[in-house]
Design a binder for this molecule. Structure first.
Ligand SMILES: Nc1ncnc2c1ncn2[C@@H]1O[C@H](COP(=O)(O)OP(=O)(O)OP(=O)(O)O)[C@@H](O)[C@H]1O
Ligand SMILES: [Mg+2]
Length: 421
């Protein structure tokens, strides 16, 4: 063996495929409940049974390698298969076909709740996770204070984790995953939950983990964070690996091929467990017509449809507008203009949130809208990334007047005066 021999990759993924059944209701039902619903809705139930036999590939023939110390970003629109891939790498679910070889201890932060035992307290879960990572009690003892301090859940250490809000669960889970010294850190969308200050803290901690030479796999819809943290990226679409390369190139490809915007099928998701979920978004011009092209002197009415499965108080609805480079140029929420919205209680049912915006500050080009909902600092309810897109195509006179080659993400026609003294 020569000294220059290349080290084996820390992760090897070969021909990885994962098949799911569609529409399987995993919630617990008693026999009599199933029977009653079959009698009440015979046709629907028959259809449901047929749906249960339908399968689809959430991942199909995915191949890639990760070198020790590399930080790999994984991007792709909702339902692309990112979380499925991370769950397989974290051994939470098994592949249908193909193989995965991991040459290191994996610490993972996946969706809220995974990796925690709900009946155990925060303290017990820290030890439970440490032992899964193969650590001795003494090693965990040494890290314990740091984990608790970072998570900020000191007061609730002896409370069962099932009583934690999703925000608290994520804080503790991130803290455990990042501080227990895994050789491979797998992080899925942590930045979607929690307040801005905690998000910053997480990104800072991840940079530290990266600097200490650990291998990190990072799934996010936040292109800025992916760009900052990852040298290399893979793009998944409908379960297929589409590109694998330098982060800037892959993000560019993702944003400029229109891949991130599905048709309305983006709203077809499993929503049975969601308290609130988005069902549609449309953009109207002032004549009440649905459009995807506007001029910058027009007003756009953003109309967001959502449903509630349960009664909810204080649900915030947010939209974010991104430009072609994935930069968020604007965000707005229903709390901004009306303080009463913070305490608004909504019954189960269908809702529509509308917001008229003027776009005289937008340059010509393509824009994307992400919609999300949360009860701030408590829980994330739903996110649909790049739910729709629109194009600003201004009449020639405005374009000529303001010029499209000048610098600046946005433009605005300010009034100047020149006076001679
Ligand atoms: N347990 C499951 N049973 C059936 N289908 C599933 C299951 N888990 C995921 N899916 C489906 O597999 C596909 C891929 O899901 P996955 O969660 O991996 O997507 P994702 O890229 O993480 O999306 P997001 O950006 O919304 O988090 C989706 O169509 C999803 O509805
Ligand atoms: Mg996911």
């Amino acid at each position: 063996m020569t000294a220059s021999k290349k080290e084996e990759p820390i992760i090897e993924v070969k021909h990885l495929s994962k098949q799911y059944n569609i529409g399987v209701d995993t919630t617990y039902k008693t026999l009599s409940e199933s029977f009653t619903s079959a009698v009440k809705q015979p046709i629907k139930t028959l259809k449901d049974f047929r749906r249960q036999n339908e399968t689809f590939w959430a991942l199909k023939d995915v191949n890639f390698e990760v070198e020790r110390g590399e930080v790999l970003g994984i991007i792709g629109r909702n339902g692309a298969g990112k979380s499925t891939l991370l769950k397989i790498l974290s051994r939470i679910t098994s592949p249908t076909q193909g193989e995965v070889r991991m040459r290191g201890r994996v610490g993972s932060l996946l969706e809220v709740g995974t990796g925690f035992h709900p009946e155990l307290s925060g303290r017990e879960n820290i030890y439970f996770n440490g032992s899964i990572l193969g650590m001795k009690k003494k090693e965990i003892d040494e890290k314990f204070d740091e984990i608790v301090k970072f998570s900020g859940v000191e007061k609730f250490l002896d409370t069962p984790v099932k009583r934690y809000s999703s925000g608290m669960q994520v804080r503790l889970a991130f803290s455990v995953a990042a501080n227990l010294d895994p050789e491979i850190l797998v992080v899925d969308e942590v930045l979607a939950v929690g307040d801005a200050a905690f998000q910053e803290k997480c990104l800072g901690k991840m940079s530290e983990v990266v600097e200490s030479g650990r291998t990190v796999l990072f799934v996010s819809h936040n292109m800025g964070a992916v760009q900052n943290l990852c040298q290399r990226c893979i793009l998944l679409n409908e379960g297929h690996l589409i590109t694998n390369g330098k982060t800037a190139d892959v993000i560019n490809y993702y944003l400029n091929t229109g891949l991130q915007v599905a048709d309305k099928s983006i709203f077809k998701r499993d929503v049975s467990k969601k308290k609130l979920f988005f069902t549609d978004i449309n953009l109207y011009n002032t004549k009440g017509e649905i459009r995807t092209k506007f001029t910058s002197d027009e007003n756009i009415l953003i109309a967001i449809n959502y449903n509630l499965n349960v009664q909810l108080t204080g649900a915030q609805i947010t939209f974010e507008i991104f430009d072609q480079n994935g930069i968020c140029i604007l965000s707005s929420t229903n709390f901004d203009s009306n303080i009463k919205m913070r305490t608004l209680s909504q019954k189960p049912g269908e809702y529509i949130a509308t917001c008229p915006i003027n776009v005289d500050f937008l340059r010509n080009g393509l824009y994307y809208i992400t919609i999300s909902s949360s009860v701030p600092n408590i829980e994330i309810l739903d996110i649909v990334e790049f739910a729709t897109r629109f194009e600003i195509e201004s009449p020639l006179d405005i374009t000529t007047l303001l010029g499209q080659s000048r610098k600046g993400v946005i433009f605005k026609n300010f009034v100047w005066q020149i006076n001679q003294y």
